[in-house]
Design a protein around this ligand. Structure first.
Ligand SMILES: CC(C)=CCC/C(C)=C/CC/C(C)=C/CC/C(C)=C/[C@@H]1[C@@H](COP(=O)(O)OP(=O)(O)O)[C@]1(C)CC/C=C(\C)CC/C=C(\C)CCC=C(C)C
Length: 590
């Protein structure tokens, strides 16, 4: 980006210097020039572009660009999105967007025309006119390419990278003009000051150049949003720096062809992630491109499945929901396999059973299943995850009810349960990591073995995280009639799971919490080395490190607080914001 901007600015700046619109006194520059431009000025172009771009990129990290692609075709009425990610498009919104996009275009054309007139007239309007005729067409071009994306993305992503550096540069420029570092010709400027020493042309110049840089970055994100978001249209892997012809192809996809269901499904998955998990939403910003999208979709699927069971009114209802989900997963899997085969041999397979199975699920669950990249994921891991939820259904439905059993009898049961609900998640997650890191060349036997070793370590790490989750949530689980502390550990102290469920704050609980945490920490230490052997691409290694460290920090807080655990229901150990941020930054820099 800096290279493009600097080379685009050189001829224009050189023209201005040649026609003495502004000049540099000899005492203010060291001497060397290029195309009449002092090297200090060239350096400034580079540094301004760099600063504004970095600010843009830092702010842009918090969003998944594909979720902000505009949808011009009205989506089905059941798909409304609340929360952080808004933008559910109605016909009214489409009209509003059209109106805004036309207004933007008309304003830019008018500014170019005014600029041309001012340049033609010469005299005081020359500098102002030259800014408008130079920047106007580029802005108009970027507006034509990405206006819908620019209008859809959150205002802060557009305005902060434009306004913050502009304000800073206005202040710096005021000082430079005051000190006579450069001089603007009074004959070629309007002689209007924004404030003492700052000519209106200078103020507009910085505003316009920062807008150019930001619009350029937005256009790049727009095309990456299309390339990464629509794997069906762009099946080949997309690198972080796709070739220019691919970038252009992404920009050329007409907005009306954007798959509205996929964009809305992704918006929903993101609101789920942001709404439900602070640890994973922070970590997700480290992953990039398709891997980030797929992980978000995986999270939404796991979360919806978990909620489906937890929120059912009765055990029977939950069991039915789970069995429907299990069937729908099988159908969806075979349907994807059929679809793959159908594209190879041109046959058309009947998908009625699949549609029926998916339609029997609640809307959000159905959508998150349909969005999962099932063709990449191992079916057995999803089934084991559902088996884990099934174990949860064996517990009594409430602390006071005597129905149900306590299925975690031994440490082995605890491990099995944790493998099902979290080890499998790690396997699914790492399958996506390795899939998106694949270069397309044949995988060697030793390469495959290394992948398997990493996945095994990941499974153990998942188990460790689940232990931490269990240690944290003893009281919360008790409120739902569940106790994951193995019954044989409790028996050593003449206790039963039912007693823990009745009084999860009894002093003995702390011993069990620490025992679970110690196993978790041993597992964490034994397996964390594998993170450093994960692929670097798509932010995978850093992202996994951030996700793991953020969660393990909860375990550390619990270990530190062992003597002062909450004694009233509802209190829960959490990692403070500052500490969370510190752990996150450490994980990124490790
Ligand atoms: C960054 C990103 C978007 C990651 C997505 C990770 C993902 C798919 C998580 C799904 C979590 C989920 C809802 C699973 C359902 C079962 C369940 C509730 C499991 C517990 C998760 C935490 O959930 P909870 O919502 O209660 O947590 P908070 O409210 O946020 O505190 C679990 C504890 C399981 C989490 C386990 C993993 C994400 C797997 C971890 C393993 C790795 C990251 C691999 C490590 C790799 C190596 C090589 C060692």
């Amino acid at each position: 980006m800096p290279a493009y901007t600097v080379s685009a600015t050189i001829p224009w700046d050189s023209y201005l210097l040649k026609h003495e619109v502004w000049s540099y006194p000899d005492h203010a520059v060291i001497g060397p020039t290029y195309w009449k431009i002092p090297i200090e000025e060239l350096f400034f172009f580079g540094i301004q572009t760099y600063l504004t771009s970095v600010l843009y990129l830092v702010i842009a990290k918090s969003v998944v660009p594909t979720a902000y692609l505009p949808i011009l075709s009205p989506p089905s009425p059941s798909l409304s999105v609340e929360g952080e990610i808004s933008g559910t498009t109605t016909i009214n919104d489409s009209r509003k967007m059209r109106r805004k996009s036309v207004t933007g275009g008309v304003v830019l054309i008018a500014l170019i025309a005014i600029g041309a007139k001012l340049v033609q007239n010469g005299g005081h309007g020359t500098y102002f006119g030259l800014i408008l005729v130079w920047a106007g067409p580029v802005l108009l071009f970027l507006w034509c390419l990405s206006r819908h994306y620019i209008l859809s993305i959150s205002r802060k992503n557009v305005l902060i990278p434009i306004l913050l550096p502009t304000a800073y540069l206005w202040i710096v420029d005021t000082l430079a003009l005051k000190n006579g570092t450069w001089v603007i010709s009074p004959d070629k400027s309007l002689q209007i000051k924004l404030w003492r020493h700052l000519d209106i042309e200078e103020a507009v110049f910085f505003l316009v150049t920062n807008t150019l840089i930001t619009f350029g970055q937005l256009a790049i994100d727009h095309t990456l949003a299309v390339l990464n978001g629509f794997p069906e249209a762009f099946p080949s892997p997309i690198s972080s720096w796709p070739p220019i012809d691919l970038l252009v192809r992404g920009l050329c996809v007409p907005v009306k062809d954007y798959p509205s269901q996929r964009i809305l499904g992704l918006k929903k998955a993101i609101s789920k992630l942001y709404g439900k998990s602070r640890s994973f939403s922070l970590a997700s910003s480290v992953f990039e491109g398709r891997l980030r999208i797929d992980l978000t979709l995986l999270y939404a699927f796991c979360r919806n499945a978990d909620d489906l069971i937890d929120e059912a009114e009765t055990t029977k209802e939950a069991q039915e929901a789970l069995s429907k989900l299990s069937q729908a997963v099988c159908h969806a899997f075979s349907c994807r396999a059929c679809a793959k085969q159908a594209t190879i041999d041109g046959t058309n397979k009947d998908t009625t059973a699949h549609k029926e199975a998916v339609n029997s699920l609640p809307d959000e669950m159905a959508m998150s299943l349909e969005m999962l990249p099932l063709e990449i994921l191992p079916l057995h891991a999803i089934h084991e995850l559902l088996n884990g939820f099934d174990m949860d259904l064996q517990f009594p439905t409430s602390p006071r009810r005597s129905n149900g059993i306590f299925p975690i009898k031994t440490e082995q049961d605890l491990k099995r349960y944790s493998y099902c609900v979290a080890g499998t998640v790690a396997e699914l997650l790492l399958t996506l990591v390795f899939h998106h890191a694949a270069t397309g060349s044949e995988v060697t036997k030793s390469g495959r073995e290394e992948v398997d070793r990493c996945i095994r370590a990941g499974v153990n790490m998942g188990i460790a995280l689940q232990y931490i989750n269990i240690a944290r949530d003893i009281a919360k689980d008790a409120a739902m009639g569940r106790c994951y502390i193995p019954s044989d550990w409790l028996a050593e102290f003449k206790l039963t799971p039912r007693m823990i469920v009745a009084d999860p704050y009894m002093p003995a609980v702390e011993k069990f919490r620490q025992r679970i945490l110690n196993i978790a920490m041993d597992l964490y230490h034994a397996n964390k080395g594998a993170i450093e052997r994960l692929p670097q691409g798509s932010g995978a290694r850093k992202g996994v490190r951030a996700a793991v460290e953020n969660y393990v920090e909860i375990g550390r807080v619990l270990q530190e607080r062992q003597s002062k655990m909450p004694t009233t229901a509802g209190e829960q150990a959490t990692v403070g914001k500052a500490r969370r941020l510190w752990v996150f930054l450490k994980a990124l820099c490790a």
